[in-house]
Design a protein around this ligand. Structure first.
Ligand SMILES: [Zn+2]
Length: 215
């Protein structure tokens, strides 16, 4: 992975962005969010800090995922009426696709972002009503309002805590895979995913990249 180095516009700490598509970063020293603009970091929103709830996953964790080397480079927590869930941006060795581990009450889905020219409108998607999309038949099974609770590390889209992040999830007909449309403030994303098990993630090292600073 190529790395880009920036100074946090709030505290001056060094931030190393590992993912070339990153559009924002949360400073590991001061928790300030910044957006990447014209090759620079610009202050955005307030500082935020996510409570650690004891996941096996953490920022900068490395290891193997479904047999491939990986590293966690970003993390977003979403909130909805049913509670919250986490999404971990994963850099995979030799892969250019955007991968996420979706973690919700211990269940894991490995999502890959799919490029599409159009995205259905949130209002038009209905639970139980199949749609034809990108040459596939999709069956929506869940539709919910949600919002961003916070994030850490670097992320390939721009969001701030409190912003809306509604979603429609479901299954690809007859393929054993799942999909998710995510309606973010600046963009809508389409992901294809598969359920994975915890034993398909082997973590070799789960250290905090910023801990050196606080010793
Ligand atoms: Zn900072």
């Amino acid at each position: 992975m190529e790395k880009q180095t920036f100074a946090c516009p709030s505290c001056g700490g060094t931030l190393e962005l590992k993912y070339r598509f990153s559009k924002m970063a949360v400073c590991g020293y001061c928790n300030q969010t910044s957006f990447v603009e014209n090759g620079q970091l610009k202050l955005a929103g307030d500082k935020n800090e996510l409570a650690n709830y004891g996941s096996k996953l953490s920022l900068a964790a490395k290891g193997t995922l479904i047999g491939l080397k990986f590293m966690i480079i970003g993390h977003v927590r979403f909130e909805y009426f049913g509670g919250f869930w986490d999404e971990w941006l994963v850099g995979m060795d030799g892969q250019s696709d955007e991968f996420w581990i979706h973690e919700d009450e211990g269940d894991l889905i490995l999502y890959t972002k799919m490029e599409t020219e159009t995205i259905p409108d949130y209002q038009q998607l209905k639970i139980g009503t199949p749609i034809e999309f990108a040459g596939k038949r999709l069956f929506p099974t869940e539709k919910n309002k949600a919002q961003i609770l916070g994030g850490e590390g670097e992320l390939p889209y721009r969001v701030l805590p409190g912003q809306q992040a509604d979603f429609v999830d479901g299954i690809f007909y007859g393929e054993g895979t799942v999909f998710s449309f995510k309606f973010l403030p600046e963009e809508t994303q389409f992901y294809r995913g598969q359920f994975i098990k915890w034993d398909e993630i082997v973590i070799e090292k789960a250290d905090n990249p910023y801990s050196e600073q606080f010793k």
